[in-house]
Design a protein around this ligand. Structure first.
Ligand code: COA
Ligand code: U4Y
Length: 218
């Protein structure tokens, strides 16, 4: 099981895969979730937060995308700062050690139980691994409120930044999730994720922190 890190420095290695990725996003968010504001005639769901600063995590199975997540540095514009500032009572977060997570998905054929760790957990464990690896302190997330018990159940401390609010007909809330060894080891332990998963192809020059001994041994 591999989760590839794609960022500005290695994006050219993933040009074809990223094109698939944006098509899959269109299928899922516009087609399935009916987020029709995001529809585009070219069939790629790309918004104002897909920039050179954005980091993508893509889980691949035999070279095909099965799950994804997007991470945006909060020093740049984010969903929280630009679209939904009312969700953070103390104002938006702009910190070099905090990234905003969004656009988590698992392709329909790989959802639910399938005899290995769920890809939904795999991609979230990979985000935590990425945060630890580059020395981040926290993630902010704007999410539909139904996620809250799921985050707690996977061992993540999610602190609300404000009250839930109705956005496009669904209760939505902003949270901050701490990035620490425990959050990573807990999601791995509780969701049978086998440990470090990230592939840093073309990113050898990026300084990285060592991960915990426990997880490195797995
Ligand atoms: N509203 C409320 N609950 C939802 C939900 C939604 N839109 N989507 C999933 N859930 C909850 C339900 O409890 C569901 O169980 P159920 O099928 O018994 O109702 C449970 O999550 C499991 O969802 P499932 O789709 O079987 O798969 P998963 O755990 O492998 O993956 C997602 C979960 C959310 C990653 C996957 O459903 C997905 O990619 N959805 C489309 C993209 C999306 O909506 N992402 C979140 C917003 S960015
Ligand atoms: C955009 C306009 O699900 N509207 C936009 C844009 C709130 C609403 O945002 C709208 C998105 C999960 C969209 C929807 O009605 C995180 C998660 N985040 C959502 C996202 O966009 O990924 C935002 C909240 S939904 O129509 N909307 N974009 N312009 N550009 C999450 C992430 C990590 C986890 C767990 C869950 O660990």
């Amino acid at each position: 099981m591999e989760v590839h890190v794609i960022r500005r420095e290695n994006r050219q290695l993933y040009a074809a895969l990223l094109d698939d990725y944006f098509r899959i996003r269109h299928d899922i968010y516009v087609g399935e979730r009916k987020w029709t504001d995001l529809a585009r005639p070219d069939g790629r769901e790309i918004d104002q937060f897909d920039t050179d600063d954005t980091v993508y995590l893509l889980a691949l199975d035999h070279g095909a995308i099965v799950a994804g997540m997007r991470m945006v540095p909060t020093q740049a514009p984010t969903l929280l700062s630009e679209l939904f500032p009312q969700l953070a009572v103390s104002g938006p977060i702009h910190r070099s050690d905090v990234y905003e997570l969004s656009r988590i998905f698992v392709v329909p054929r790989k959802r639910g139980e399938h005899g290995g760790p769920r890809y939904e957990a795999v991609i979230q464990a990979a985000a935590m691994e990425y945060g630890l690896s580059i020395g981040l302190s926290a993630f902010t997330i704007v999410l539909e409120t139904w996620w809250l018990p799921r985050l707690l159940d996977q061992g993540w401390q999610a602190r609300p930044l404000g009250l839930p609010s109705d956005i496009n007909g669904l209760s939505t809330v902003a949270v901050m999730v701490e990035i620490n060894d425990q959050a990573w080891t807990e999601i791995c332990r509780r969701r049978a994720v086998p440990g470090a998963l990230l592939v840093w192809q073309g990113l050898a020059a990026i300084p990285r922190q060592p991960l915990t001994t426990f997880m490195e041994a797995t």
